[in-house]
Design a protein around this ligand. Structure first.
Ligand SMILES: [Zn+2]
Length: 282
């Protein structure tokens, strides 16, 4: 189940849930305005977070930033009619494509068969929406092209589109005074594809951008907040596997062997999975 936590003076978040694919949602509380990060996978998800925050005397958000177009980050937006929503232009374009869709089991299954939807999300949507399928796609009020700086009063959020394999529209939110980098799903592989994959060039480009932020806490949406040390380790792993993918021309067994020689131990499940995503993206 979910729990609510606070980091620093101004940042609250709700933990993720894997069965229904609920991501972490964040709330940045300034002295003038409050900004929410991501809208959740349903109105229920959103309401749960807001209710829990109300008990802790955290106000409802004036603004909400969507990290990218995937269902689990945007379906809750219809529960925030009075909040100004912000997303990248590309996120808006992708969300527009969802408006005509029906969310009945049959319609979702048909889209999986056509290759429009993926099985992983279809399953999670059915787990989240057991009682109803009254899903309303609400488009963002404001779109940004590259970067926006939002002053909430004593705390500043930088919203910047960083892209990446997972979703080209991805934005991060950097909470300057707290040194928190809310990553959304940007460091994850591409899911909407025949095979889940990473590409070498996009991964290296994205990591270069992420490393320009002076952060102490990193938040990948479907895990839990991690320290700089843990993030740096992840970065080294991704960069190294990307390098060996290039050297070994995407040949899975050779990459595994080379990477094993490099780390001088048996590989973890996470490393093996990452290597196969790189091999599939080659
Ligand atoms: Zn995603």
């Amino acid at each position: 189940m979910h729990s609510i936590h606070k980091i620093g003076k101004s940042f609250w978040y709700i933990t993720s849930v894997s069965l229904t694919d609920r991501p972490i949602l964040g709330m940045v509380v300034g002295s003038k305005k409050t900004l929410m990060i991501d809208a959740g996978n349903s109105e229920e998800h959103m309401h749960y977070f807001l209710n829990e925050l109300q008990k802790r005397e955290v106000p409802n958000p004036d603004l909400v930033v969507l990290t990218h177009w995937h269902w689990d980050h945007i379906f809750g937006l219809s529960a925030l009619p009075d909040t100004v929503s912000i997303a990248s232009k590309e996120t808006e374009r992708e969300m527009e494509k969802l408006i005509p869709f029906s969310w009945s089991d049959e319609a979702i299954d048909a889209r999986v068969n056509e290759g429009v939807e993926i099985e992983f999300c279809a399953k999670a949507i059915k787990e989240e929406y057991t009682n109803h399928r009254n899903i309303k796609i609400t488009l963002p009020d404001i779109t940004i092209e590259k970067r926006a700086e939002i002053n909430l009063g004593d705390v500043t959020c930088i919203v910047q589109q960083v892209g990446g394999d997972h979703a080209a529209d991805s934005v991060i939110v950097y909470i300057k005074e707290e040194k928190i980098l809310f990553l959304g799903d940007c460091i994850y592989p591409r899911m909407y594809a025949e095979k889940v994959h990473y590409t070498i060039s996009e991964t290296l480009r994205l990591l270069d951008v992420l490393e320009t932020f002076d952060a102490e806490t990193f938040i990948p949406s479907h895990q839990q907040p991690i320290s700089k040390e843990a993030f740096d380790k992840e970065v080294v792993m991704l960069r190294t596997i990307a390098k060996y993918t290039e050297v070994c021309k995407g040949d899975l067994p050779t990459i595994v062997k080379e990477y094993e020689n490099y780390v001088k131990r048996e590989l973890t499940e996470d490393e093996l999975e990452t290597i196969s995503h790189f091999a599939d993206g080659y």
